[in-house]
Design a binder for this molecule. Structure first.
Ligand code: OGA
Ligand code: MN
Length: 270
């Protein structure tokens, strides 16, 4: 029997009683509804192949390879990115608040991480509710942001790959033009306004330069990531965690070194 149990007041739920490799239409409808309501969904004790992860992802939208080839992928599955930390080959860092691939003209709706191997107690991932981040802004700030747009660039990913040569990050040869997105974005499925600014990819607001923009980006990030608005996921092997990039930012703790194995398969639904 499928059950949905909230994990934090702000967002996140654990769904039990399903096996993602064999999900009925009725159970998928429950998962989809919970995803829109709780924004981040945790499934424990899953056992799925790359093909099954792709099939589950495609129930939400097309499973997409990374647009810049920023990661190694599973052999035969360009849509399944491998995040791997192991002796002699460190995993690339993700310890910055971000929404995946917000530098694309059409950023993906959801990301799905499947933990094959973890070192318990390290490498937590944090998730922040960006609807609530908008809701908690003072009225004057909301008015200031309404109608404003911002530029999102992948330049930091290229920098990360250069700095972490020998890690699981792949080099990026050319940085595409930044994408421009509204700062207050209406979620296409729920219609609810969400704050869509992140300190990693967002470089500046339209009509402002980078120096003028940074304090506002940092202030919005600080407001969005207060503890009351953040769910911290403590990984166990077999976990599948999916989140809605349209209304969630995430951050991966980097409190480990290459002696603490961590292996994840990631898919992204466009
Ligand atoms: C990612 C990411 C978080 C993690 O793959 O986009 O941010 O905990 N990963 O590995
Ligand atoms: Mn990410």
């Amino acid at each position: 029997m499928i059950e949905v149990r909230p994990l934090h007041t702000a967002l996140a739920a654990e769904i039990s009683g399903v096996s993602l490799g064999h999900l009925s239409e009725a159970d998928f409808a429950r998962v989809h509804a919970a995803f829109l309501e709780r924004l981040t969904i945790v499934f424990r004790e899953q056992k799925i192949t790359p093909a099954q992860q792709v099939a589950f992802t495609e129930r939400f939208g097309p499973a997409q390879p990374h647009p810049l080839g920023a990661r190694v992928h599973r052999q035969g599955f360009p849509q399944v990115l491998v995040l791997e930390n192991k002796p002699g080959r460190a995993g690339a860092r993700n310890d910055f608040w971000h929404s995946d691939i917000s530098f694309a003209a059409k950023p993906p709706q959801a990301s799905i991480l499947y933990a094959l191997r973890v070192t318990e107690g390290v490498g937590d991932t944090l998730f922040a509710n960006m609807y609530a981040a908008y809701d908690r802004l003072p009225a004057g700030m909301k008015a200031r942001l309404e109608g404003l747009s911002a530029f999102h660039s992948s330049e930091k990913l290229a920098e990360r790959a250069r700095q972490a040569a020998g890690s699981d990050a792949r080099p990026i040869d050319s940085i595409p033009r930044p994408a421009q997105h509204p700062v207050i974005r209406r979620h296409p499925e729920t219609g609810r306004p969400a704050l869509y600014v992140n300190p990693y990819f967002t470089t500046r607001f339209a009509g402002m330069n980078r120096e003028q923009s940074r304090p506002l980006i940092d202030d919005l990030t600080a407001r969005a990531t207060v503890a009351a608005n953040v769910y911290r996921h403590r990984w166990r092997a077999g976990d599948v965690v999916m989140w809605d990039n349209r209304c969630v930012m995430h951050y991966a703790e980097y409190d480990y070194d290459d002696s603490r194995p961590r292996l994840m398969n990631r898919t992204t639904a466009g």
